[in-house]
Write a protein that binds this ligand. Structure first.
Ligand code: GLU
Length: 519
C-alpha cells in the first residue's frame, strides 16, 4: 500500500431517492456507511438523489433525515450541513451534469437519440421473439433507430437547433467483458452483451440516476460505494462511465450489501410482508401525502433507537463472536466490510423484540420512567416520579415496549375491575373469607409497609394459622391485581401502600362472594 493511498480520507455516501419512506434496508445501508466512515475516521455524506421528478414524494427527504437522526446516524456533509463539495441535493446540481454527457458524446461513448415513445414501442414490437420478449435499446437495435449514429451530422445539428427533444444514451461497447472488484462479493464479471444503452441524460434537462450518481461520486471524492445488492447490475455501467470519463484512477471501491429477506427466507422483505405478518418495515411512522394512509414505524411501536440499530447491524454483518448486544461505539470498533455476508439476511421480528427487551433492561429506573411517563400522561395518568420508577423496576423483566408498562402494570394505577375467576373458584375454601379478614387485620397492624415487612408478616401469619402458601398467596395476588401473574406480590403490596392494599383486599372479599355465588 503506498503512502498516498494510506493517507486518503475515506469518504462514503448514503444516496437515497426521496420517493417515499425509507425501508429498513435503506436504514441498514446508511448504518453500514456510517459505521465504515466512523471506524476509518472518514466522512459520511448524505446525498439526496432527486433527479427523477416523476417519482418525487413530498416529505420523503424530511422523513429520511428524521430517520437518520432518530438512529443517531449524523452525517458530516449533506443538505443543511454544507461541506465544500456541495450542494448535496442533485436537483440543485442540475447545471453540472450536461457537460459530462456532452463530453461522452464528443469522445464517441454516447450518442443523441431522438426516438419518440411510439418509435421505441414499434422497435419493441418489431424485435420481440419468444426468446427475447422485451427487446432493449442496445448494440443489437441501436442501428435501426433515430440517433446520431444513424443520422447524418448535419441532420443531428438541425434537429437539435430546431428544439427537437432528445436524450443522450451510452454506447455500450460490443464483445467486451468487464470485471470489477466488490469488497463483499470478490470479482464480479459482466458480458457487455447483457447491457443496454441506458439513457444518461433526459430530454427534461436532467441526468438519469446513473450519470448523476457517477458524476457526484467523482466530484464528492467518494472512496467507497456501499449500497444494496439491487444496484449490482448497474455497476458495470458505472464502471464504464468512470473509464469513458477518464476517471479510472478515482473510481471508488464497491461493496454491495445482501438483501434483507422475509422471515421465511423467500424473497426481499416488503411492506406487504410487514402488513401481513404484523410488523413495520419503516423506522418511523409514515403518512402518505396523497392518500393520507399511515404505515407503521418501529419508533411508534415502542422500539428504542439503540435496539433498532443493534438489530439492523446484525442483519447481514456478524462480529465473528457470540456477542449480540453492541452500543454504537462498539459497533464502530467491531465493524468491517469483510464480515458482511453475501447471502440475504432474514428479518426476524421476534429477535427485534428481544433486542428491545435487552435494551430496556439496561436502563436505570429513572431512564425507564422517562420513557413511560409520556405513555402514562397521554392516557391521563399522572403519578409521582418515584412511584413510576419503582413500578418500572418491578415490571421491566416482563415487558418489550414502554407502553407495555401500562398494559402489564395496569393495577398499579387502577384497582382491578375483574378478577381471574377460574383461579378464585379453584383456590377459595369456605374458611377463606375468615382467613383474609384476619390477614387484613394483621397487615393493618404493620407500621412499616416495605416488601420485606409485608413478606415476613404474611409468612408468620401462614405459619401461625397452619396455612400453605397456595391457600393464601394466589388469592392475595388476585385481590391486588386481578390476575395470577406479575412481580412478587409483596413488592406489589408495598408499592401500592398500606391503605390501597387493604382497601383492595376488602373490596375483593365482597366481589369474590359475588363471583362465587354465580358459580
Ligand atoms: N439513489 C439510489 C437509491 O435510491 C442510490 C443507489 C446508490 O447508492 O448508488 O438507492
Amino acid at each position: 500500500m503506498n503512502f498516498i493511498h494510506k493517507m486518503k480520507t475515506i469518504r462514503v455516501r448514503f444516496a437515497p431517492s426521496p420517493t417515499g419512506p425509507l425501508h429498513i434496508g435503506g436504514v441498514r445501508t446508511a448504518l453500514y456507511n456510517y459505521l465504515y466512515a466512523r471506524k476509518n475516521k472518514g466522512v459520511f455524506i448524505l446525498r439526496i438523489e432527486d433527479t427523477d421528478q416523476n417519482r418525487y414524494v413530498q416529505g420523503a427527504e424530511d422523513y429520511i433525515i428524521r430517520s437518520l437522526q432518530w438512529c443517531g446516524l449524523d452525517f458530516d456533509e449533506g443538505p443543511g450541513r454544507e461541506g465544500h463539495l456541495g450542494p448535496y441535493r442533485q436537483s440543485e446540481r442540475k447545471a453540472l451534469y450536461r457537460q459530462y454527457a456532452e463530453q461522452l458524446v464528443q469522445s464517441g461513448h454516447a450518442y443523441y437519440a431522438f426516438d419518440t415513445p411510439e418509435e421505441l414501442e414499434a422497435m419493441r414490437q418489431r424485435l420481440k421473439t419468444p426468446e427475447n420478449p422485451s427487446p432493449q435499446y442496445d448494440m443489437k437495435s441501436r442501428m435501426g433507430m433515430t440517433n446520431s449514429l444513424t443520422l447524418r451530422a448535419t441532420e443531428v445539428d438541425a434537429r437539435i437547433r430546431a428544439g427537437e427533444p432528445y436524450v443522450i444514451r451510452i454506447k455500450i461497447p460490443e464483445h467486451f467483458t468487464l470485471t470489477f472488484g466488490d469488497l463483499i462479493r470478490g470479482d464480479v464479471t459482466f458480458d457487455s452483451s447483457v447491457l443496454d444503452d441506458k439513457v444518461l441524460f433526459k430530454s427534461d434537462g436532467m441526468p438519469t440516476y446513473h450519470l448523476a450518481n457517477v458524476v457526484d461520486d467523482y466530484l464528492m471524492q467518494v472512496t467507497h460505494v456501499i449500497r444494496g445488492e439491487e444496484w449490482l447490475p448497474s455497476t458495470p455501467l458505472h464502471v464504464l462511465l468512470y473509464q469513458f470519463l477518464g476517471w479510472q484512477q478515482a473510481m471508488p471501491q464497491f461493496a454491495h450489501l445482501p438483501l434483507i429477506l422475509r422471515p421465511d427466507g423467500h424473497g426481499k422483505l416488503s411492506k406487504r410482508d410487514g402488513d401481513r405478518l404484523g410488523f413495520p418495515v419503516y423506522p418511523l411512522e409514515w403518512t402518505d401525502p396523497v392518500s393520507g394512509e399511515k404505515a407503521a414505524g418501529f419508533r411508534e411501536l415502542g422500539f428504542l433507537p439503540e435496539a433498532f440499530v443493534n438489530m439492523l447491524a446484525l442483519l447481514g454483518w456478524n462480529p465473528g463472536t457470540d456477542q449480540e448486544i453492541f452500543t454504537m461505539d462498539e459497533l464502530i470498533r467491531a465493524f468491517s466490510l469483510e464480515r458482511v455476508g453475501k447471502s440475504g439476511a432474514r428479518f426476524d421480528f421476534e429477535k427485534a423484540r428481544w433486542f428491545n427487551q435487552q435494551y430496556l433492561r439496561k436502563k436505570s429506573p429513572a431512564e425507564l420512567a422517562a420513557l413511560v411517563s409520556p405513555v402514562l400522561e397521554s392516557n391521563g395518568i399522572f403519578r409521582e416520579q418515584s412511584y413510576v420508577e419503582q413500578l418500572c423496576a418491578l415490571l421491566v423483566d416482563r415487558i418489550t415496549f414502554p407502553q407495555d408498562f401500562l398494559i402489564e402494570g395496569r393495577y398499579f394505577f387502577f384497582a382491578p375491575e375483574t378478577y381471574d375467576e377460574k383461579t378464585i373458584r379453584k383456590r377459595w375454601k369456605p374458611e377463606s373469607a375468615t382467613i383474609f379478614e384476619r390477614l387484613i387485620h394483621t397487615l393493618n397492624g404493620l407500621e412499616d409497609f416495605s416488601a420485606a415487612t409485608v413478606e415476613s408478616a404474611v409468612h408468620q401469619f401462614m405459619e401461625a394459622n397452619k396455612l400453605r402458601p397456595g391457600e393464601v398467596l394466589p388469592l392475595l395476588r388476585i385481590m391486588l391485581t386481578g390476575v395470577t401473574h406479575g412481580p412478587a406480590v409483596f413488592a406489589i403490596a408495598a408499592l401500592l401502600g398500606k391503605q390501597e392494599t387493604l382497601e383492595r383486599m376488602k373490596n375483593a372479599l365482597t366481589k369474590f362472594a359475588r363471583v362465587l355465588s354465580n358459580a
